[in-house]
Structure formats: C-alpha cells, structure tokens
Write a protein that binds this ligand. Structure first.
Ligand SMILES: [Zn+2]
Length: 309
C-alpha cells in the first residue's frame, strides 16, 4: 500500500510516528538522493534542481541520526546482516556546493555520503544541459518553458539533444550559454580529493551526463569508462558504484546494465523513487528517492518506507 506523501504531517500528528519510531524495524535500504545544497536565490539554473538549503540539510541529519541508521557507504554490505533502518546519503553531479556546503555539515554530524561525479563538468566547467535550458528560458522571458524543454530533451538521442539546444538558442534569439556561465559552479579535482580524504565515497556518473539509454552501446561504454578513468586518474581509486544520469526508468536499459557490469560497476543507482527491501535489492537498479525538504515527509519515508517511499 502506498500513502500520498502529503499525508506525512498527519502521520506525525496522530502518533503513528512515535509508535513506529519506538518499535517496528524494516529490513532494507533507503537511499536518499541530493542534488544541490544552498540558497535558491543565488543558484544559477533550475531552482527545482536545488534539493535543500544548509539549515534543512542540518535538520535532516539530526532526524536521520535519531530515527534511522545512517550508514557509511563502506559499511553497506555489513548493514545487510543487521536489523535496522539503513539509510545511505548520496549527492549527484559534483557541484561546488558538495565540497563547500554539504561536506562541513556531514562532518559536523559524523556522517559519510557517496558523491557521484560527472567528470566532464570538473574537467571543463560549463552549464550542464538542464541548467542551460533554464538559462535560455529565463533570458527568453519564458521561465515556465524550462520544464517542458527539459522533459523533451530527455527523450532525445545524444546528437538530437545537442541539436535541440542549438535550435532553442536560435529560435529564442538568446544563443547558447557561454562557458563563463558555468564558472564557479563545479568542484575542481582538489575539491573531489578533499571529499575523498574526508572519508566520502566517490562514485561514477559518466563524463558528460547523457541519458544513457538514448545512446548506442558504444557511446554508453565510452561515457561510463571515461568517467571512471578520470576519477581513477585524479583520486587513485576506480569507482565501483554508479548513479545513472537522470535516473528515471527510461534513462537506462538492459544494455546500460550490461555495460555497467562489464565496466566493473558493482552497484548502479536509479532515482525514480522507491526503496530496497534487502530481499529485493537489484544491484543494477538500486532505488533512490529524492530527499524531501519537509522534515515530516522525510521522517515518514524513513520510518515507514513501505507506505511512503
Ligand atoms: Zn546527475
């Protein structure tokens, strides 16, 4: 049975939360996906891409420390044998706020997370396609169009997707975003090494963040392996975990799973929602849910994923 997440505050108020917090334990893994951490007013790009601000992340960690078993990525396999609410934290893409904002908050709570890095943005900082679509929409005075454009973009093969960006840039008269629009948006490799040195796990997220299922097998392999090669060259460790770019059901295919397995990936994470009872864990589709900013919703998902995830 699934319960709409908007009912989470009711769940809090009627005492069910206290009951669940004290007693029942589920067996499985909840993986929370974060995107950016910071102030919505100062972030370039799509405001919907901002997962949480600093205070909210701090609050979330307090909740998770109290109501869940926040596990370190390295301890994931041991967590299987324990009875508890195993929760794993992940951050996608490699934005500068991962190092500057999220890391100090994680450290203050003694928590470790997985950071999935799209290496092309570290090597050559620029606006990623989802932020560029918003950048074009805002300059064309059509901010509401960004959502539709993004949905359409995700359906396209890689060549057609690039042409679509060119076409929008031309049609709106706005042009493509200059590389300078992405300045300061991304971690550099020293930042990624700082994350590693702080005990965080660095995961693969391809090089240029294409929707893998829309690309031929050879391009999928190239994107995945190049991202892994770059992380290994810069950090000394080859990533064993992958987050599929975009992460929806249609964003990765049987071919993608096979390519990931052949590349040595041991766990690959989606992000279309859901959680992972241990008995149902699919190594090439580990379910992740985007972290709800509202504390009542987060508590509901962590305490009762069967109902709310
Ligand atoms: Zn991503």
């Amino acid at each position: 049975m699934r319960v709409p997440l908007r009912l989470a505050p009711v769940f809090d108020r009627c005492g069910l939360r206290a009951l669940l917090a004290g007693r029942r334990r589920w067996r499985g893994l909840v993986v929370l996906a974060h995107h950016r951490v910071g102030d919505a007013r100062t972030v370039v790009g799509h405001p919907g891409q901002l997962s949480v601000d600093e205070e909210t992340l701090d609050r979330q960690l307090q909740i998770l420390r109290r109501d869940a078993d926040l596990i370190e990525p390295a301890a994931l396999h041991e967590a299987r044998s324990h009875r508890g609410r195993a929760v794993l934290l992940t951050f996608d893409d490699g934005y500068a706020d991962a190092r500057a904002t999220a890391l100090p908050i994680l450290q203050a709570h003694g928590a470790a997370a997985v950071f999935f890095i799209a290496t092309g943005f570290i090597d050559r900082p620029r606006l990623p396609w989802w932020d560029e679509l918003t950048w074009i929409a805002e300059r064309a005075h059509r901010p509401a169009a960004a959502g539709d454009w993004t949905a359409h973009y995700k359906q396209l093969g890689s060549g057609a997707a690039e042409r679509y960006l060119d076409e929008l840039a031309r049609r709106t008269g706005v042009g493509r975003a200059p590389a300078s629009a992405g300045a300061g948006q991304w971690c550099d490799w020293d930042d990624v090494r700082t994350l590693r040195d702080a005990g965080m796990t660095i995961g693969a997220h391809t090089h240029d963040h294409p929707v893998l299922a829309r690309a031929p097998a050879e391009r999928q392999r190239h994107e995945l392996c190049l991202g892994m090669d770059r992380i290994e060259a810069e950090t000394g460790a080859r990533p064993r975990w992958l987050a599929y770019p975009v992460g929806q059901r249609a964003s990765f295919s049987e071919t993608t799973r096979r390519v990931a397995q052949e590349a040595g990936i041991e766990l690959a994470f989606s992000s279309y929602g859901g959680w992972n009872p241990w008995s149902e864990l699919d190594r090439y589709d580990v379910r992740r849910m985007w972290v709800p900013a509202d504390p009542a919703r987060l508590r509901a998902r962590v305490l009762a994923p069967r109902l709310f995830a």
